[in-house]
Design a protein around this ligand. Structure first.
Ligand SMILES: [Fe+2]
Length: 245
């Protein structure tokens, strides 16, 4: 069984198109999407439209959960916009604009997504979460103390926990027997090269699983230009995040 795991698209249609092209060649049985499909990109409507097409095509074989930025757009208030502007100006101004440009049907779509999902495939129980099983916005970064990761996943019934949120791919094989894999980010990679990353997961009939993070090539500058063209205050700070360091 082959599964493509995508996360943190952040309204970046070019990254999603690039990944779907590669995923078609992988020819997965299932696609999992771990949330943050919108906020701080350039095409929230185009991304939502494509995600809903995937849902129609794959039906029960497409599973999607809500990320913290989906929730921010869906439950946005003037207070949240001001608070975000103070903490992270380009995100706050992006939020203000994204709420205006995203179609209501897509805001309703992300609003109604589940926080997590658990599924058993070939005897492997998998939990899909955005941050961690205990919190939608908890960070599972590389090089954390495995004892801390154990605490984050101790109440999960799963053998394998799939997460995103940090935009940095990583993985842990824990003493408890659980495995945790962060799929990285398609649309706003925090890796030095800022290239889109997704996960290819294969589970054999004996319940053994293998995974590989796939890095994709695309035109970072073009994405940065799309962000700049949005023109909201501090959008140049957001655009810079797409240029390799
Ligand atoms: Fe994210």
């Amino acid at each position: 069984m082959k599964i493509a795991v995508i996360s943190d698209i952040h309204a970046n249609k070019m990254a999603l198109d690039c990944a779907l092209n590669d995923i078609n060649k992988f020819n997965p049985d299932k696609i999992f999407c771990l949330g943050d499909i919108i906020l701080a990109g350039y095409d929230p409507n185009g991304v939502c439209e494509e995600i809903i097409k995937l849902q129609d095509k794959y039906r029960d074989d497409f599973i999607i959960i809500q990320g913290n930025t989906d929730k921010m757009v869906a439950n946005c208030t003037p207070q949240l916009i001001e608070k975000t502007k103070e903490a992270f100006p380009c995100m706050g101004y992006s939020l203000e604009e994204d709420v205006k440009i995203t179609k209501k049907e897509y805001i309703d779509f992300v609003k109604n997504l589940p926080l997590n999902k658990t599924i058993t495939l070939n005897n492997v129980t998998i939990e899909l979460v955005h941050g961690s099983p205990r919190r939608q916005d908890e960070n599972i970064f590389p090089n954390l103390d495995p004892c801390d990761i154990e605490k984050m996943v101790e109440n999960s019934p799963a053998d394998l926990i799939l997460c995103g949120h940090t935009h940095i791919p990583c993985g842990y094989s824990l003493n408890s027997g659980k495995t945790v894999i962060n799929a990285g980010s398609l649309g706003r990679s925090m890796m030095p090269d800022c290239k889109p990353v997704y996960l290819q997961l294969t589970i054999d009939k004996y319940g053994k699983f293998y995974s590989e993070h796939i890095k994709l090539e695309y035109d970072n500058k073009m994405v940065a230009n799309h962000i700049l063209m949005r023109g909201f205050k501090y959008c140049e700070d957001l655009a810079k995040m797409y240029i390799p360091r």
